[in-house]
Design a protein around this ligand. Structure first.
Ligand SMILES: Nc1ncnc2c1ncn2[C@@H]1O[C@H](COP(=O)(O)OP(=O)(O)OP(=O)(O)O)[C@@H](O)[C@H]1O
Length: 660
């Protein structure tokens, strides 16, 4: 077994390979934690229960105090009624077994019978009230927990998503959020079951203390067997998380739209089905082994329980013959044993559920605690910070950013200034740090070191919402929102509830208007194929929609990261015309590999391995004959029709040169 230092904190390190049959089923960091908990033994189950039940009650209380109180009162009430019921039953038996004519015996038993009926009715009424309150609690608890999760996942800094462990953590947290209702219900049922067992115990002690011992002997073996079986099931579940993850992945690969074209064109069907068969072969073997162990455990429990019950009955018979206990007490004991066995079955089942659901719930609470580290630094409401006026200038001062688990900085000590009305371009080879620098400028990421100033002050000094409202972003990895075309553009400025004319104007600037009006329902066409009537768009059409998003907010600063990579030449030309129209009015930051489009930029910043190596206008940089000139000439050669000689690229690159 791998060594576990801090099960919940251990970062994503490859664990020693355990499963030689399926090398792809590698354990991830959190699975070691789950495994450790599962293997902690049956004692751990019990020691953890009170905390889990308490946590469930706290969540339930926060979600709905009234219903939680009703469940609490009825749980205790039902337990008390169960005890009274048994005592009333015993009274009835005492009267019936008394000496004298039968009619008199029945008459004497009538009050006890009436009490028994009343108690039974009350108990049923309480059970109904408890069920009703519990059902009403479910959606409230779901909402309380899920909303809390979404509040955190939508607020954490983007950096959180760079950490593998965080993404895994988040996935398990949403599974854990779904378990909360189960935990709350199981906890309440467990309390009800315990109240039932306790009631029986109290009742039999009142009748005859010796009966308590008989009760224990008859019920404990079965209870132990069910608990052990539940624990075995949880152990198997925990140990199987890698397989489940793999199956889930294979399910997505074989049944979802995204992978369908490549699956067919590369003929991956057999390959994936084979992977599925391999995982399932292991899974089936494990489930069969589990079934064997569970059956053995429950059978042994049932056998011991049966023998113990028989011993109890023999003992009762001997005590009766000996005159040690009255016949009514013996009969009550028989009823009590059966009642206790029923309650104990409930208890053991619910213990198993509380433990299993509780483990998932722990994932949720653990995530909520850890996620706090990723929340934005300002605890005070953003409203208290001043809103910046129109953004007239951005100063990037010795800014660096290093992604987690990377040896080198993606952006390394970059300093630059962007003035009001300027259109600037970030250019450089793949991975040179252009997008990373842009995400810091738009405040999506925080620099590891250095400062970015907006109108002379760092981002932390401005209200973050107000600052972001002045910045528009069209990212390279845009999202296809599963909404209508109009809403897909409106998300660019969702807080202002943009009216249709503004949406259409933005679409027109992004060369998207005609394309949208050609859709079956125009702007109201749903852009999601998974819903009836939904449509999908081509890559270039999606890119026009996302560019429109950027234009919708007439932002002081507009960042466009590769806005034209999928556009046809005509659309590209029109888009860059629209971008040029901003020149002199607002700041535009352009990231593109199509260098012909940055010729008009007021300033071009050339990045290489995260460093700013050149900057200047197109003419300056061409004259400097450095890296920009090399890239530009290389690209231009592709369009040169005068012959191969004209297209020979330069062999050397000049780095580190900067011109004014
Ligand atoms: N989320 C991330 N986690 C870890 N490393 C990242 C992440 N995003 C980018 N990187 C790394 O940071 C470096 C800079 O990436 P960036 O996306 O900023 O480059 P780019 O210049 O925009 O590239 P391209 O022209 O391909 O879009 C690359 O080495 C990349 O692998």
């Amino acid at each position: 077994m791998p060594r576990i230092d801090h099960p919940d904190r251990t970062p994503a390190r490859p664990q020693p390979q355990r499963d030689s049959v399926l090398p792809e089923l590698r354990e991830v960091w959190w699975e070691t934690g789950v495994r450790a908990r599962a293997q902690a033994g049956l004692f751990a189950v019990f020691s953890e229960l009170p905390r889990l039940v308490w946590a469930a009650l706290v969540v339930s209380w926060r979600a709905d105090r009234l219903r939680t109180s009703v469940v609490g009162v009825t749980t205790v009430g039902a337990g008390v009624m169960a005890a009274f019921g048994l005592l009333a039953a015993q009274r009835v038996l005492v009267e019936l077994f008394a000496g004298g004519p039968t009619a008199d015996k029945v008459l004497a038993a009538l009050p006890a019978l009436a009490a028994l009926a009343a108690v039974t009715a009350l108990r049923a009424g309480m059970a109904a009230a408890m069920g009703y309150a519990q059902n009403g609690l479910t959606p409230k608890v779901d909402r309380e927990v899920e909303r809390g999760l979404f509040e955190v996942t939508t607020a954490v800094r983007l950096e959180a998503f760079d950490a593998d462990a965080f993404a895994d953590d988040m996935e398990r947290a949403s599974r854990g959020a779904n378990s909360t209702t189960g935990l709350v219900q199981a906890s309440m049922n467990l309390l009800a079951g315990l109240a039932g067992v306790l009631a029986v115990a109290v009742a039999v002690v009142v009748v005859h203390p010796l009966l308590l011992l008989a009760l224990l002997v008859a019920t404990v073996p079965n209870g132990w067997a069910s608990l052990r079986a539940g624990h075995l099931r949880y152990q198997t579940y925990a140990a199987g998380s890698v397989r489940r993850r793999r199956l889930w992945l294979l399910h997505r690969l074989m049944a979802e739209r995204d992978s369908a074209p490549e699956l067919r064109s590369y003929g991956l069907r057999g390959f994936l089905l084979d992977q599925y068969d391999r995982v399932m072969a292991v899974e089936t073997g494990i489930q069969l082994a589990l079934a064997r162990r569970v059956t053995t455990t429950t059978t042994v429990g049932a056998m011991i329980g049966g023998v113990a019950t028989a011993v109890v009955y023999v003992l009762l018979g001997l005590l009766l013959i000996d005159g040690q206990i009255p016949l009514a007490a013996a009969a009550t004991c028989v009823i009590a044993v059966q009642s206790a066995q029923r309650s104990l079955a409930v208890v053991t089942f619910q213990v198993d559920r509380v433990y299993t659901e509780g483990q998932h719930f722990r994932d949720y609470t653990g995530f909520m605690t850890r996620a706090a580290d990723y929340l934005p630094p300002h605890a005070e409401p953003a409203a208290e910070l001043p809103a910046p006026g129109r953004l007239e200038g951005i100063t990037v001062d010795a800014v660096s950013l290093r992604y987690p688990d990377r040896d080198t900085a993606a952006v390394d000590q970059v300093s630059l200034t962007i003035e009001a009305g300027q259109t600037v371009a970030f250019v450089g080879e793949n991975g040179s740090g252009k997008s990373t620098l842009a995400t810091m400028i738009v405040t999506l990421r925080t620099p590891t070191s250095g400062t970015i100033r907006y109108n002379g002050r760092p981002a932390e000094d401005w209200g973050s919402d107000a600052l972001r409202a002045r910045i528009g972003v069209v990212t390279q990895e845009y999202h296809k929102w599963p909404f209508t075309a109009a809403t897909n553009i409106a998300v660019g400025d969702i807080t202002t509830h943009a009216e249709r004319t503004r949406i259409e104007a933005a679409a027109a600037r992004a060369v998207a208007h005609d394309m949208i009006t050609d859709l079956p329902h125009g702007y109201e066409t749903l852009l999601d194929r998974t819903f009836a009537g939904g449509q999908d768009l081509s890559g270039g059409q999606w890119q026009r929609i996302t560019a429109a998003r950027g234009f919708l907010r007439d932002a002081d600063v507009l960042v466009m990261d590769e806005p034209s990579s999928a556009l046809d030449p005509r659309a590209e030309d029109a888009l860059f015309q629209a971008i040029r129209d901003r020149q002199g009015r607002g700041i535009t930051i352009l990231i593109t590999h199509r260098l012909a489009n940055v010729r008009h930029a007021d300033r071009i910043f050339v990045l290489h391995h995260g460093r700013l190596v050149e900057s200047g206008t197109h003419d300056h940089l061409m004259n400097a004959d450095g890296r920009y000139a090399e890239l530009f000439t290389l690209q231009a050669a592709g369009y040169d029709t005068t012959g191969p000689a004209a297209a020979v690229p330069r062999q050397t690159a000049t780095a580190g040169r900067s011109t004014p």
